[in-house]
Design a protein around this ligand. Structure first.
Ligand code: COA
Length: 301
C-alpha cells in the first residue's frame, strides 16, 4: 500500500488544496464540486470548532480529504486510484467518535468498503438528489412587473444578500420544521464573496422596484470542467410562485455560460417531505442523475 501523509486542516489555504483535489477528480460520479466546498465552509461564522477536517497526500500530492462534524457525520472525497485510503479515513473518523458517512450512490467502491467495515445503508430519512441541465438553448430570464433582476455589484451588496437569504430560509409558520433557520449574516456573506471561485457576475438578485431584494441565485463555476453549480437559491416566502427563483437562476446561468459553463448541477431534497426546490429545478428542465446515500455504523438504524 502506498504511504499516505495526513495533514489536519489549518485554514483557507487547505480549503484551496481540498478544492484542487475536488476539481481534478470531478466527474458526475463524484459528489463534490469546488463551489460546494466554498459555500459550506464560509456560509456561517464560528463553525470551525464543530468540524474535524484533514487532507491526505501521496508523494506530496493531495489525493483525499475528509470533513467530519463533532455531531457525527462524515463527508469525504477520495481519488478512485487511492480508494484503499478510505480505510485510514474511517479509522481517523472513529478516533473522533465516528457516526454516519454520506456518499454519492455511484461511489460503489467506497460503499463496499464501508459495508465491509459493518456500515449499513440507511433506508429512510431525508436525502438529496443531484440534478443537471445542459446549458445550450437556455431561455432568457423574465421577471413579472414590479421586479427587477441584476447581478451583485460588489461587497456593498453583502448585507442585502444575507438579508434575503435569511428571509428565504426562515422557518415558515405553515411548515415550521422543514427549513433550517439561516445563520448567514453580512459578515459571513463577505467571507463567501472573498472565497475562491466566487464571482459577483454569477451572484444574482431579484429586487422589488423599491429596491428590496426578494430572490437570489449564486452560481459557482469550475472553468476546467465547464460545470456550474447552483448554491444556494431562494425566494422570500412573500414573493414565491411568481417565477422569481427561476429568473435569478436563468440570469446567473446565462452569465455562467458566457464564461464557459456547459452544464449546470444542483442538489435538492429528493424525499417527499420537501418537494418545492426539486419542483423548481425540474420545471426548468433539470433532470435527476444521482442521489446521496447515508451509511450508519452497524447496529444503528
Ligand atoms: C424553492 C424556492 C427557491 C422556489 O422559489 P420560487 O420563486 O417560488 O420559484 P418559482 O416561482 O420560480 O417556481 C417556478 C416553478 O417551480 C415549481 N415550484 C416552485 N415551488 C413549488 C412548490 N412549492 N410546489 C410545487 N411546485 C413548485 C412550479 O412549477 C413553479 O411554477 P408555477 O408557480 O407556475 O407552478 C423557494 O420555495 C424557496 O426559497 N424555498 C426555501 C429555500 C430553498 O429550499 N432553496 C432551495 C435549496 S438551496
Amino acid at each position: 500500500m502506498p504511504r499516505y501523509e495526513r495533514r489536519d486542516y489549518q485554514g483557507p489555504s487547505d480549503l484551496r488544496a481540498m478544492q484542487e483535489v475536488t476539481r481534478r477528480l470531478w466527474t458526475r460520479c463524484k459528489r463534490w464540486h469546488i463551489g460546494d466546498l466554498a459555500w459550506r465552509r464560509f456560509e456561517r461564522l464560528g463553525r470551525e470548532p464543530d468540524w474535524r477536517t484533514a487532507l491526505w497526500e501521496r508523494d506530496g500530492r493531495p489525493v483525499a480529504w475528509a470533513w467530519a462534524t463533532v455531531s457525527g457525520s462524515l463527508d469525504l472525497h477520495v481519488d478512485p486510484g487511492d480508494v484503499e485510503l478510505a480505510e485510514e479515513i474511517i479509522d481517523w473518523y472513529g478516533e473522533g467518535g465516528g457516526g454516519t458517512v454520506t456518499l454519492l450512490d455511484s461511489e460503489k467502491e467506497l460503499a463496499e468498503l464501508l459495508q465491509s467495515r459493518g456500515y449499513q445503508e440507511r433506508a429512510d430519512g431525508p436525502y438529496f438528489i443531484h440534478l443537471s441541465l445542459d446549458l445550450a438553448g437556455l431561455p432568457a430570464p423574465r421577471v413579472p412587473e414590479g421586479y427587477t433582476l441584476r447581478a451583485v455589484r460588489d461587497e456593498r451588496d453583502a448585507a442585502a444578500r444575507a438579508a434575503v437569504h435569511a428571509a428565504a430560509f426562515a422557518p415558515s409558520r405553515v411548515t415550521p420544521s422543514r427549513v433550517t433557520p439561516s445563520r448567514v449574516t453580512a459578515d459571513s456573506y463577505l467571507q463567501v464573496m472573498r472565497a475562491w471561485p466566487y464571482r459577483t457576475e454569477l451572484d444574482w438578485l431579484v429586487e422589488t422596484t423599491e429596491g428590496e431584494p426578494v430572490a437570489f441565485c449564486l452560481v459557482w463555476l469550475d472553468e476546467e470542467s465547464g460545470v456550474a453549480v447552483l448554491e444556494p437559491v431562494g425566494t422570500d416566502p412573500a414573493h414565491r410562485r411568481r417565477g422569481l427563483a427561476t429568473a435569478a437562476i436563468l440570469g446567473a446561468l446565462h452569465e455562467a455560460r458566457r464564461l464557459g459553463a456547459r452544464t449546470a448541477r444542483v442538489c435538492a431534497r429528493g424525499d417527499d417531505d420537501y418537494p418545492s426546490a426539486r419542483a423548481t429545478y425540474q420545471a426548468m428542465g433539470f433532470r435527476p442523475y444521482a442521489r446521496n446515500v447515508t451509511f450508519v455504523p452497524g447496529g444503528l438504524r
